[in-house]
Design a protein around this ligand. Sequence first.
Ligand code: NZQ
Ligand code: ZN
Length: 411
Amino acid sequence: MNDFTFASPTRFVFGRGVCDRAGAELAAAGHARALVVYGQGSVVRTGTLGRVLASLDAAGVAYDQFGGARPNPSVAHVREGVAAARACGADVILAVGGGSTIDTAKAISLGVPYEGDVWDLFSKKAAPVTEGKPAVASVLTIPAAGSEASDSCVISNDELCLKRGLSCEANRPELALMDPELTFTLPAYQTAAGVTDMCAHVMERYFSSVGPVSVTDNIACGLIRSLMEEAPRALADPEDYDARANIMWAGMLAHNGIAGVGRNVRPDARAGGWESHGLEHELSAHDARIAHGAGLAVIFPAWMRYVWREHPDRFLSFGRDVFGIEPVDAERDGVDVTAEEAVADAVAATIDELQAFFVSLGMPRTLGELGVTAEMIPALLETLEQNKGAEFGEFRRLTMDDARAIYESAL
Ligand code: NZQ
Ligand code: ZN
């Protein structure tokens, strides 16, 4: 187990009806004025926004509203939010929504104390300023991105066709209100994309170059097994509270860092090389209609098939712990295969099972199903290189030729 630093400072308030406590929780934390950020209207239609605003009124927390965060949120919208937060003097940015809304809130919070253009922070031209930075809190309505406790914030710049993440401890929200009942209204596709994203957050950390870390690996595989049990239940009955609750908590555990401790190569680094996220972010940067989780459902298995030979043991332990897959033994099982063939078969079966799970949830198998064609690949590679450099990744270093091969294999 490698040395690590881990902090998860967010206060979690979990259960039925907790969104009605938003005002009391913020007031108790000393906040007097909130900018309430939301998305494209689901929280208006479901009544969640009204409940949150009523709780702010009841607790004497003043607020302004700032709606319109789109899935794969844009920096242009964030810039407007920064102006709105400054104008109302918000001491907390309260997101009511999912990853896109929470990331918009995080970026607004980062932008408030920074004098230049907020995109500078995402292009690493400047470091985040914490003095004068409003706190971030959320009422989570879709479990998926894990932004309610994560250290990252992902924003798109449409003019530059770039989607960039900024990870820093200052991004960790102060408060997350997690009411599984709010997720009953989620469309099946969003439920499935969310579960896929959670699996990806666990797997990006599991498939690092570091050898076994028993306690962390068991947390990781346990999370995937729970998601495989609970996701079909939530899809079969969208109002299955326990299924929704388990998925919601799993989404947080998948991305607050606990599923990767000790698997990091440097004490201050996150575990894993996040190769599939890097490859996927280009898809949703070029077409914001592509849900992040749906892109991952295609990219992750394609990446796995390309790189598994680098550390086959990671795949064998994942296959054993998640799917009960063991390589055949020529002598024991009386079959005519070499040890190498047995490993390759077990790994292929593991990746097939994982992909079959994503597809069973309604996720795509190919890039074609997402509208991505071979002609688009050069443009994806161009922005990938701008974001990641000529080589990236940790499980195995990937060049742009490797990235091209992975995209092509997924068409
Ligand atoms: O915009 P509204 O109208 O609210 O509708 C949303 C949106 O269309 C809808 N929705 C949310 N809650 C609902 C609901 N519909 C019905 N009932 C509800 N209760 O669901 C759609 C998707 O919402 P979005 O916030 O985009 O989903 P998600 O949470 O998957 O967030 C995706 C974004 O997070 C980024 C992704 O790249 C993407 O931009 N990520 C952020 C991370 C982080 N900050 O740590 C890590 C992730 O790896 C990821 O990259
Ligand atoms: Zn993700």
